[in-house]
Write a protein that binds this ligand. Sequence first.
Ligand code: AMP
Ligand code: MG
Length: 508
Amino acid sequence: MKIQFDNSYARLPEDFYSKTNPTPVERPELIKFNTKLAEELGLTSINPDGLNALQVFAGNEIAQGSEPISMAYAGHQFGGFSPRLGDGRAVLLGEVIAPDETRYDFQLKGSGHTPWSRGGDGRSALGPVLREYLVSEAMAKLGVPTTRALAAVTTGEEVARNTLVPGGILTRIAKGFVRVGTFQYFSSQGNQEAIKQLADYEIDRHYPDAKNADNPYVAFFESVVDAQAKLIAKWMSLGFIHGVMNTDNMSIAGETIDYGPCAFMDEFSHNRLYSSIDHQARYAYGNQPKIGQWNLVRLAETLLPLFLDKEFINKEIDETREATDEEAQAVVKIAEDILSRYSDLYHQYWLENMSKKLGLSEEHEGDKELVNDLLNIMESNQADFTLTFFYLSQVGQLEQARALFAKPDFPSTESFDEWVVKWQKRLQQESSNEKKYSAIMQTVNPVYIPRNHQIEAAIRAAEDHNDFSVFHTLHKVLEKPFELQAGKEVYMLPPEPEEVVHQTFCGT
Ligand code: AMP
Ligand code: MG
């Protein structure tokens, strides 16, 4: 099979990666191929029904033009620094350039041992492969920047987790897999030259406008900060919890990467957390914006030497001259100023998203409180996040929204009713009418999200009964998250008490 690969990352110095071939598997079978994505990427030569394609997605064959590598990176995991992580179970086969000229990484996840595997087996269980396929594709359809899923296969082999479970491999597509942790890898080794090369690479690839700035590296950092603020505001507006926002899981390109213990919440709570390994609740829903900033501080630390003025960088970068105190203070100030703007940027994006969810196109004083009041009432009445906004978006379905707030334990909907009066008063200030703002709301308030219990049902059917129909049906519904689909009402619903998933596990 011929894929027009171009391997710019493999042309970087050798300490950026290890040359690593995937390890073949016994009896691979194709679960799903993303034909539409393949078309968008210009990968029209792939015939998913052919043996060739399956062998490439399974890592059994190296496609012509591919130079497989596993990437080096470090990272802060739950606040503690690991200087050497890297792709322990992923291999970058190469990069493809889409018809619109965008360059994408083409990666296998779960394709076997790499020099970065440490004690791990380099494999992925089938469950997390299905989870990532469903959630990343749903995110894309919900308008969230994200890595994509091109293909999923079973390996015909078992992997040892708590028990023996079937193995799977996911083919992932990303604007780029460089992470905050990639910069940290070189920074912890004091390798300034590599940081500069990496920054130049990322600027060229994702933020070329930064080249025109007085100091391109400062402009680059500003762009990364902006992209993260925008991304996390999107997550928050959809009730998405990433679950493992370590610095090695924060993409420089501003996409959601690494779907481990992620989840969309049902009943709203600022403290909602599903990850089974996050004992300090570090990555709970409400902490995500400030963790985003914490991670960006870690990135800034690696870039500080590049923030010194251009002349210094060009002339003396190789001479490892220590910055003077004055210079050091100046660059810290530059970083701090940008980081302090993160908060404003985030709040601005958040308010834009949330206002739209309430049908507000204009910005008025008090809008932020209006949104927060609703969230607080949702939290105290344990209302479903997605359904609340969905019913508010529908003309004449206020009763259904109200019903979400009436619980057997606290049947009063008084605070909700009072809030509705305030909201409706606020809507009257819009130069719009009910039909118009409902239509706007319906473009941002999904009917369907990948609910945990549905994902779990898809995984159980696949793992326990080799039945992928549940996965396929769920995937199909999530392709059109904003459209009501006849006969698919069950996918709108929160879990029954016995279906509630309380914990999700890292995608290992
Ligand atoms: P994650 O929690 O998926 O972000 O992974 C954190 C680090 O652990 C990365 O360096 C991964 O490559 C590595 N890792 C996770 N699972 C495995 C595995 N099954 N085998 C080898 N390395 C792994
Ligand atoms: Mg990771």
